[in-house]
Design a binder for this molecule. Structure first.
Ligand SMILES: Nc1ncnc2c1ncn2[C@@H]1O[C@H](COP(=O)(O)OP(=O)(O)OP(=O)(O)O)[C@@H](O)[C@H]1O
Ligand SMILES: [Mg+2]
Length: 142
């Protein structure tokens, strides 16, 4: 199953709402794939706003995760990589209820999650001049 949107920055709230409707559950792991400056953190900001949480959203580049409200978990695996994150206890963190948004989620992480029985969604963001293409799928999109 796949959903695809093209959206400028002002329309990201709609992309968030549609993504949540597509996922349709209160617990989910979302692997966010996208080049530098494609809009991964911006998506997480709008995701947090959707739930009326006023917390400041920053990419957790050096920390392991940020938690907004009681159950939105935000990770960025770019610096540490997948194996380091696993050593730091990623599986235990992912078992916490709520949403887990992972910037720089990749196919390596996707296959490990699948192997260990974690369901995930893939959010792929591509740059298109002054807008972005968002694709959400319940399996890894190649
Ligand atoms: N849908 C969109 N349409 C147009 N511009 C966007 C959209 N989403 C984000 N942007 C812009 O893209 C730029 C990069 O956004 P952001 O920092 O969220 O990217 P990122 O993927 O998290 O970057 P990094 O790879 O550094 O983590 C920002 O200037 C932001 O305003
Ligand atoms: Mg970012």
């Amino acid at each position: 199953m796949l959903k695809k949107f093209k959206a400028k920055e002002v329309s990201i709230p709609k992309v968030v709402a549609e993504t949540l409707a597509f996922i349709n559950r209160p617990n989910a792991i979302i692997l966010i794939e996208g080049n530098l400056a494609s809009g991964k953190t911006t998506f997480v900001k709008e995701f947090v706003k959707y739930f009326d949480i006023g917390d400041e959203v920053n990419s957790p580049t050096f920390s392991i995760q940020n938690i907004y409200g009681s159950n939105i978990h935000h990770y960025d695996i770019y610096q540490k990589g997948v194996s380091e994150f696993l050593k730091l206890g990623l599986f235990e963190m992912l078992e916490e209820s709520g949403y887990h948004l992972i910037e720089w989620g990749n196919i390596e992480l996707a296959s490990i999650l699948k192997k260990y029985g974690f369901q995930y969604w893939h959010l792929k963001i591509e740059i298109l001049e002054d807008s972005r293409i968002y694709q959400v799928s319940d399996e890894w999109l190649s």
